[in-house]
Ligand binder design. Structure first.
Ligand SMILES: Nc1nc2c(ncn2[C@@H]2O[C@H](COP(=O)(O)OP(=O)(O)OP(=O)(O)O)[C@@H](O)[C@H]2O)c(=O)[nH]1
Ligand SMILES: [Mg+2]
Length: 240
């Protein structure tokens, strides 16, 4: 599966980040805890290797907790400051605020937020500040331009999601697509669905059917409906 990465946009985003880095005291680098490898960009990390960076594993509420623990160890081993994070959990927000406050940089800490589209950059800023100054949404590509947001001693720089010049392995494309980093209209939906459903079957999360095809997927859904697996559902109501 191939995805379009718009190299022109990428180059522009990299240039902008490079220009702004000199004003920045801390980088919140967001990685999706379900796909930390595919949400990383080593070229980007190289740009900020001399900066203070928090590696934030986001959306932990959606990831397998045991595997998240493994990723935490993995990043610690690489000497990264790693923080598991669920933006809707008060404890997560409190802990992050306190970690930020440990960085002494009066009168104000300037913080750059980076990460792939739809990972939760703008939501994180809104939750930390308690303000709704950035637009957020379920689709990728909500933030179009960079934006500074001030709050007490913090000053946040929100940025549009950043894509990758290269996909590092075969699975990355569908992992990014399935988790929502790419707009769904631009994608080979059937291919992604089959890759996802076969992955779920391989993990015994759904029926362990060998090689789900489109037809087997359709049959599986109808069969589950017939067996009442989606709950008690009436397809017809009287007109009253
Ligand atoms: N379950 C869950 N959802 C989250 C979390 N963080 C963000 N989201 C959701 O992810 C979606 C994207 O959030 P945004 O804040 O708009 O993401 P963004 O990184 O700013 O996206 P772009 O501006 O498109 O690059 C929204 O529907 C959020 O509610 C989290 O920790 N857990
Ligand atoms: Mg945004």
């Amino acid at each position: 599966m191939k995805l379009n990465w718009y190299p022109g946009h990428m180059a522009k985003a990299f240039r902008e980040i490079k220009e702004n880095l000199k004003y920045i005291d801390l980088i919140l680098y967001l990685l999706d805890s379900r796909i930390p490898q595919s949400s990383r960009n080593l070229e980007l990390e190289n740009l900020f290797k001399n900066k203070k960076v928090f590696y934030i594993l986001t959306k932990t509420d959606l990831a397998d907790p045991l595997i998240t623990e493994k990723w935490i160890k993995y990043f610690k081993k690489q000497n990264k400051q790693v923080i598991p994070f669920n933006v809707f959990q008060n404890n997560s927000i409190k802990k992050l605020k306190s970690d930020i406050n440990k960085i002494q940089n009066p009168p104000e800490i300037k913080i750059l937020i980076l990460g792939i589209p739809n990972i939760g950059k703008s939501t994180l800023i809104n939750q930390i500040t308690g303000l709704k100054k950035t637009k957020t949404g379920k689709l990728a590509g909500v933030t179009k331009n960079k934006q500074w947001i001030s709050f007490n001693d913090f000053k946040f720089l929100d940025t549009p999601g950043i894509f990758f010049p290269k996909i590092t392995n075969e699975a990355s494309a569908w992992h990014l697509a399935a988790t929502g980093a790419v707009k769904i209209e631009n994608l080979p939906l059937e291919e992604i669905t089959l890759l996802l459903i076969n992955f779920l079957a391989s993990k015994n999360i759904i029926a362990k059917i060998e090689n789900f095809t489109a037809e087997k997927t359709a049959l599986y859904i109808i069969k589950r409906f017939q067996d009442g697996k989606y709950g008690r559902i009436s397809l017809e109501e009287p007109n009253v």
